[in-house]
Design a protein around this ligand. Structure first.
Ligand code: UDP
Ligand code: MG
Length: 318
């Protein structure tokens, strides 16, 4: 009977990127186990992806691994960022079902049983989560995030859900599709939307991280939003071209108007202020355009180098 049950059990891989998370690891494990125990017929493994931590994160993970073989780890040779950590986790995951979860418990494990139900019983391939509130976050950051999602959705053909987390439960099929995308510049939230599949959304209220602090600086978030927009849209380039066309039309009109005025009145010496304004405006637009084009060119440059996304320093033994 036991044998029979065991053979029907499926494997669930939880991928947990960790950078400087020594204070939260044990609480994470405890809450994780409590939630996973409620899911029927499932074996689990956790893959901690240690992303160049400067604290005792790796030692703690190794300690957990010695106590429980279901806890595996990958340790990077330096900090490569969460996107690289998630990719490494997806590559290593052996499960039939896979989820990416933050170590700080901001992705509540208690949603997992419901998410499993959606996939196993209701035929979904993906159970995605979004935050319905952003309580506890600085108001300026919330405002920035709102503007970001508005812009992203306006310029991109793929629709992004506001407040979406990287926390998703996916089937192995979705994981394989994600890994098929070979690009160097990665933005997983967009990749999830790109590969598609039937997705059920779960909402939860924002939770503050249980200890430690966020790895995101304002500057980091601004760069991340550039990355997101340019990864899934070439509309900025179209805007640049359109801006150029509009300016050309305006200048043709201005030339005609000014020439006629000069022919009639012979007094074109006034207008220094307006001239400076126009020069500054055009100079600014030109620099902006060059910047936008340069950004895409830089991406081609990085893609063409074909560097690995991360370097593994050590791994748990199988
Ligand atoms: N993280 C990582 N590498 C990094 C930055 C963050 O692996 O360079 C991990 C971090 O340990 C955490 C998750 O990514 O488990 C989310 O980070 P954080 O909580 O700082 O982001 P926030 O929840 O504030 O968006
Ligand atoms: Mg967090």
């Amino acid at each position: 009977m036991q044998e029979n049950n065991a053979s029907r059990r499926e494997l669930f891989s939880a991928i947990v990127p960790c950078k400087d998370e020594e204070d939260v690891l044990f609480s994470f494990l405890k809450e994780f186990k409590e939630s996973v125990d409620k899911i029927p017929n499932i074996e689990w493994e956790i893959i901690f992806v240690e992303d160049g931590s400067k604290d005792a994160t790796l030692d703690k993970i190794k300690e957990m691994n010695r106590e429980d073989g279901r806890i595996r780890y990958i340790s990077f040779s330096r900090n490569f960022g969460k996107e690289a950590a998630m990719l490494a986790g997806l590559t290593e995951a052996r499960g039939n079902y896979i989820a990416i979860m933050d170590a700080d418990l901001q992705d509540p494990p208690e949603l997992l049983p419901e998410m499993f139900k959606a996939i196993r019983e209701d035929g979904y391939e993906c159970a995605a989560t979004r935050r319905s509130t952003r309580d506890g976050e600085p108001p300026l950051r919330t405002f920035g995030a709102k503007c970001f999602y508005k812009t992203l959705n306006a310029v991109s053909r793929i629709k992004f859900t506001e407040g979406a987390r990287d926390f998703r439960l996916i089937t192995r099929r979705v994981r394989d599709a994600i890994l098929e995308l070979p690009e160097y510049n990665r933005f997983l939230k967009g990749v999830y939307e790109y590969v598609g599949f039937k997705t059920k959304w779960f909402e939860f209220e924002n939770r503050e991280r249980i200890a430690g602090k966020t790895k995101w600086s304002t500057w980091g978030l601004i760069l991340y939003s550039f990355e997101a927009i340019t990864s899934f849209s070439t509309v900025p380039l179209a805007l640049v071209a359109l801006g150029g066309v509009l300016l050309s039309v305006v200048s043709v009109l201005a030339i005609v108007f000014l020439s006629i005025r000069q022919l009639i009145y012979h007094n074109s010496a006034f207008g220094w202020t307006s001239m400076i304004c126009v020069i500054l405006l055009i100079g600014g637009l030109q620099l902006f355009s060059l910047g936008a084009i340069g950004y895409y060119t830089a991406k081609i440059y990085l893609e063409s180098k074909r560097r690995p996304h991360y370097v593994i320093q050590e791994k748990s033994s199988e």
